[in-house]
Design a protein around this ligand. Structure first.
Ligand code: SF4
Length: 344
């Protein structure tokens, strides 16, 4: 493994080694929850990560306490980042998890630096910071506390219901700074969920998170991602999903069609070949031009979801949002060539 290459972005690979080989401790836990997962504990040298090409993104800085994600979404395009460590981008991405155990202390120190001017910090933009590992390592309470104590604005995008463990901290932070929470729910089809997002909480449980956050005065949007062509894009599926999102009290819904960047593409297509072999040719045709579905397809889905959102009374983003709360997802749509967002 190339631990000296553990950098946040491929654009900076080789420039900023975050820690050396000697800093890695490898552990496994023999509990059902963590069986088959290997954790690589590291002490990071830096935790605030500047996003390359930030002008296209709704944020400039990110904090990512983990690498790899046991939520194991087949389509996850953060898979590619595991290859920079010489780790496998398929099962290895799901089961070899890098944990930056000093993330809270380091963040507190970096936020206190004179060079730091309180920019918005986005989390959950690479892998899910509320994946299962967080239940054991509990890095997010320290991270949120550090941001709260500096009144530093931040946002979190997640599929993890574990975020509710930190509800009190989020409420405290939202009282002193801008906090945006988005939950990712691309569909509510249970069969599709079990096969394509096998390590995640059920979509309905994620919508419970939206409901709870909203009940506590924290406006929460839904990133409806990914909308999966041929499997999750039927009108009745879109309708059921948007209806459920509306019922959760989400402040906004932002659709994002599946994209298949290198690393994710191979893994996803192998999954299609195994579970839906009759769709292989159709996917090859739809993604013939590269990582993205054609514009006409993306526009069709976006228009349809927006019509449903209007029908069910959601959005537009920001309407009715509580003061001091903002969501990052409206801008995500513009950044539809995201190099940082993983369709969480
Ligand atoms: S899409 Fe998000 S939740 Fe799913 S594996 Fe990737 S980082 Fe984890």
């Amino acid at each position: 493994m190339r631990w000296d290459n553990l950098v946040e972005n491929p654009a900076t690979a080789g420039e900023t080694a975050l820690f050396g080989t000697s800093a890695v401790t490898t552990r496994t836990f023999d509990t059902p929850e963590f069986r088959g997962i290997t954790f690589h504990e590291v002490r990071a040298r830096s935790i605030l990560n500047r996003v390359p090409g930030a002008s296209r993104m709704p944020f400039e800085w990110t904090v990512n306490p983990y690498r790899g994600c046991s939520h194991a979404c087949v389509y996850c395009f953060a898979r590619k980042t595991h290859s920079y460590l010489d780790l496998d981008t398929g099962l290895g991405f799901d089961s070899q998890i890098v944990v930056k155990i000093n993330a809270p202390d380091l963040l507190r120190r970096q936020l206190a630096s004179r060079q730091w001017h309180g920019a918005h910090v986005a989390m959950g933009t690479n892998v899910d910071c509320y994946q299962r590992a967080e239940g054991r390592y509990r890095l997010m309470p320290g991270i949120i506390s550090a941001l709260r104590d500096r009144a530093n604005p931040f946002s979190i995008l997640t599929k993890g219901t574990l975020i509710l463990r930190d509800l009190d901290l989020l409420v405290q932070a939202a009282a002193v700074t801008d906090v945006g929470i988005s939950v990712s729910v691309g569909f509510i089809d249970e069969t599709l969920w079990r096969t394509v997002e096998p390590g995640t909480p059920a979509p309905e449980r994620r919508l419970d998170v939206v409901r709870t956050l909203t009940d506590h005065g924290i406006g929460c949007g839904v990133l409806m991602a990914p909308v999966i062509p041929f499997l999750g894009d039927r009108p009745d599926q879109l309708r059921a999903t948007v209806k459920a999102i509306a019922a959760s009290g989400a402040t906004s819904v932002t659709p994002l069609v599946l994209h298949l960047r290198p690393g994710a593409r191979e893994w996803f297509m192998a999954w299609v070949a195994e579970h839906h072999p009759h769709l292989v040719r159709r996917y090859e045709r739809l993604y013939a031009e590269g990582a993205y579905a054609p514009k006409w397809y993306q526009r069709r889905i976006t228009r349809h979801v927006h019509e449903l959102a209007a029908e069910f009374g959601i959005g537009p983003a920001d309407r009715g949002m509580p003061r001091r709360i903002r969501t990052p997802e409206a801008a995500v749509e513009e950044a539809v060539a995201p190099t940082q967002l993983t369709l969480l």
